[in-house]
Design a protein around this ligand. Structure first.
Ligand code: HEC
Ligand code: HEC
Length: 446
């Protein structure tokens, strides 16, 4: 018995040593690679690096702002400050209960998280899009029926589905509440019986709101810092960002010509080509014609780039001049949305049909195909782990909003505003609906 003791101590020691050795090797392996790529540069061809560069924010990539083209107040700080007040003011609605911020919450990247906005029941209920980066799109709304932020705001103000406030009432409120702010920017307010002057004043109100919304720029995310490191444009003291192996694999799929082909539509620093495409996502009404109707509407809109209230010459309106219309491919085509800040903007798609990003990717794997439908995508047929890689990559695009935080709060000396973040009031106005049964059907199909 006694002679066994030193032997077992020896065994124990060997086991402990072996364990320590394995641990050491493990730590070394993890620290050099782990789930991280070791040497980013060798992972990408020159062509791929050029493509990644074109997708990254803030590496000499200044996406164009379309608001400046037709709104001469687009970069005026005073106009943005006035627009900031209007954006959060519930008095700017027929009911006295709705502000822009009731549906566009700053802490959800200016979306509302609702599956089915109750005020958008007719003719086609649509999901509230993010406003972050919206100034970089030549078209507003899912069907692009508006070609600037200011004309979009005018529609939201008058539409019975949103603020429901006719323009004469809007100007009356401005007289009572915002005379000084208005007149300092735009001159005298009009008499209440001068309809032409009221139209002009109404567009000025839209231009102030447009100047505020145009400030909501996306901030770079981990992806952008990774690419900055790759092309050597990081500030010398900033640490290089590393992406995990899973995220890199997702990025490879995203830009691949054969597999994901996502970049064919989701490209540029906002991850959109600003075009309208049909990917056949079902909607609640079943009759949403999307861009086919939107293209006609924007051409008829008195507040478009061609119109008398636009600050652009007609020849500057290239997007309207070369607009594609009357093409059957535009039926049920919708604006290619930005993919920045996706973790804050669920549910997804024009109808808000998908509550989770995984549902969106499962849809891309097996999109709905009905005889006679025009479809701009092919089924991905990816493995579940590849869909997870894509999702992990998409999350690296989240960077939040690149603006002084004061613009994300209701203005300080506003008279009647939403309570601090705007959220509690919004939930009173627009209660969360239970998910539509259709959502469950679609997500369980795949
Ligand atoms: C009742 C909820 C609601 C209110 C109030 C509201 N919106 Fe919206 N907003 C939406 C919905 C829903 C859409 C998409 C509608 C569509 O595409 O037909 C939208 C679309 C937009 C867009 C287009 C973004 C894009 O990428 O296409 C902008 C910009 C916008 N809203 C700004 C505003 C402003 C400014 C106000 C206040 C004047 C406002 N909204 C008030 C719900 C609302
Ligand atoms: C043919 C153009 C096209 C291609 C290719 C494409 N998309 Fe899209 N994507 C769209 C359009 C259009 C929408 C909006 C459709 C709708 O709302 O009905 C969209 C919506 C999305 C959304 C929802 C965003 C939101 O805020 O609602 C995500 C996420 C997305 N796409 C990711 C991808 C990924 C990942 C790929 C590659 C596997 C991809 N897309 C390929 C056109 C495209």
């Amino acid at each position: 018995m006694q002679s066994d003791q030193p032997k077992s101590i020896l065994w124990l020691l060997t086991a402990v040593l072996l364990f320590l050795l394995i641990l050491l090797v493990g730590i070394k392996e993890y620290s050099t690679s782990g789930d991280f790529d070791a040497a980013g540069e060798t992972l990408w061809s020159d062509e791929e690096v050029a493509l990644l560069r074109s997708l990254a924010l803030s590496i000499g990539n200044k996406p164009r702002s379309f608001e400046q083209q037709t709104n001469e107040f687009a970069s005026s700080p005073a106009a943005a400050a006035f627009g900031h007040h209007l954006f959060f003011d519930t008095d700017l609605s027929h009911s006295g209960a709705t502000a822009c911020a009731s549906c566009h919450h700053p802490d959800k990247a200016f979306t509302d998280g609702l599956v089915h906005p109750p005020t958008h029941l007719q003719p086609a209920p649509r999901n509230t899009p993010t406003l972050v980066g919206a100034a970089h799109s030549p078209w507003q709304f899912w069907d692009g029926r508006s070609d600037s932020l200011w004309s979009q705001a005018l529609e939201a103000l008058e539409s019975p589905l949103d603020h429901g406030m006719p323009r004469a009432e809007v100007i009356q409120l401005i007289k009572e509440k915002y005379r000084d702010e208005y007149e300092a920017l735009f001159g005298m307010l009009p008499a209440s019986d001068d309809r032409a002057a009221i139209d002009r004043a109404f567009t000025n109100v839209g231009k102030a709101i447009g100047a505020y919304v145009a400030k909501l720029e996306p901030a770079p995310g981990r992806f952008d810092r990774y690419v900055a490191g790759l092309v050597g444009s990081l500030d010398s003291d900033a640490p290089a960002e590393r992406l995990t192996k899973t995220e890199i694999a997702g990025l490879k799929l995203f830009i691949s010509d054969e597999k994901g082909q996502c970049v064919s539509c989701h490209n540029g620093p906002l991850f959109t080509n600003n075009d309208f495409k049909s990917i056949n996502v079902p909607d609640f009404s079943g009759s949403d014609h999307g861009r086919l109707a939107g293209a006609e509407q924007v051409l008829r809109n008195t507040f478009n780039c061609f119109g008398e209230f636009s600050d652009s010459e007609e020849e500057g309106c290239g997007d309207l001049i070369y607009i594609k219309q009357n093409d059957p491919e535009l039926t049920a085509a919708f604006k290619v949305p930005t993919l920045r800040n996706l973790s804050l903007t669920a549910p997804y798609m024009h109808s808000g049909l998908f509550p989770r990003l995984a549902d969106v990717l499962r849809y891309y794997n097996h999109p709905l195909q009905r005889a006679g439908d025009h479809l701009d995508i092919a089924p991905l047929d990816m493995f579940p782990h590849e869909l997870e890689q894509l999702e992990a990559f998409l999350m690296t695009l989240d960077g939040g909003i690149n603006v002084d935080p004061k613009w994300l709060q209701p203005p300080e000396n506003g008279r009647q505003q939403l309570s601090s973040s705007g959220i509690s009031l919004a939930t009173q106005v627009r209660p969360q609906r239970p998910e539509s049964p259709q959502v469950a059907v679609i997500s369980s199909q795949h």
